[in-house]
Design a protein around this ligand. Structure first.
Ligand SMILES: CC(C)(COP(=O)(O)OP(=O)(O)OC[C@H]1O[C@@H](n2cnc3c(N)ncnc32)[C@H](O)[C@@H]1OP(=O)(O)O)[C@@H](O)C(=O)NCCC(=O)NCCS
Length: 169
């Protein structure tokens, strides 16, 4: 990683950069600026950008949600439900120039520490385009059910629903 880039909390003024990175690195699974703006509004403590001054080379977006019920792509959430029982890693992308050295693992640990502090005991995500093996290295395990496989069709046939325990008990 280029050490000049550091994670900092995302703000609404970052959403154009985030949408640009999403488009460049997630292709057909990219989401629009309004989706990221809503996530930052709902859970600013779970959203970060990898910044060097005004340059933004990555984002990590996460928020509370409901276990086994990942939102559909492009779905606005309106609010975090009272029944939220899980920390959802919604999306991450980093420009090649800033990848490596565990840069995303750092952001993930920072977000999951927030989740733990709020009392969440499980984190979840949807891995796309074969990224499951990447997330496995960060402690997530495949927990896809047949019902979820159908629900995740928008994320591609190889989408995997994954969970990670946030506490030992
Ligand atoms: C996924 C991503 C954020 C990881 O960035 P990073 O933490 O800096 O990790 P690196 O790129 O240095 O990769 C670390 C290791 O994971 C592997 N890896 C990276 N992306 C992977 C992927 N999509 N699937 C499988 N393995 C992957 C790398 O090959 C590397 O392996 P190595 O240690 O054996 O060389 C970055 O590759 C990215 O932005 N990809 C495009 C967007 C994306 O796929 N987001 C996740 C969607 S679920």
């Amino acid at each position: 990683m280029t050490s000049a880039f550091q994670w900092r909390p995302a703000t609404l003024s970052d959403t154009a950069h985030i949408a640009r990175l999403s488009k460049e690195h997630l292709g057909v699974y990219a989401e629009g600026e309004e989706i990221f703006a809503e996530r930052i509004r709902l859970a600013p403590e779970g959203c970060f950008v990898l910044a060097n001054g005004v340059a933004i080379a990555g984002y990590f977006c996460s928020h509370p949600w409901v276990r086994m019920k990942p939102p559909a792509l492009h779905q606005m959430l309106s609010q975090i439900p009272d029944s939220a029982d899980c920390w959802y890693v919604h999306d991450v992308a980093v420009d090649p120039i800033a990848r490596g050295g565990g840069v995303v693992a750092d952001a993930c640990e920072r977000a999951l520490e927030v989740a733990r502090a709020k009392g969440f005991r499980v984190a979840m995500l949807v891995a796309v385009s074969g990224a499951g093996s990447y997330w496995q290295r960060l402690g997530f395990k495949d927990a896809t059910t047949e019902a979820l496989r159908l629900k995740l069709k928008d994320y591609g046939d190889d989408a995997v629903y994954m969970e990670r325990a946030l506490s030992d008990d």
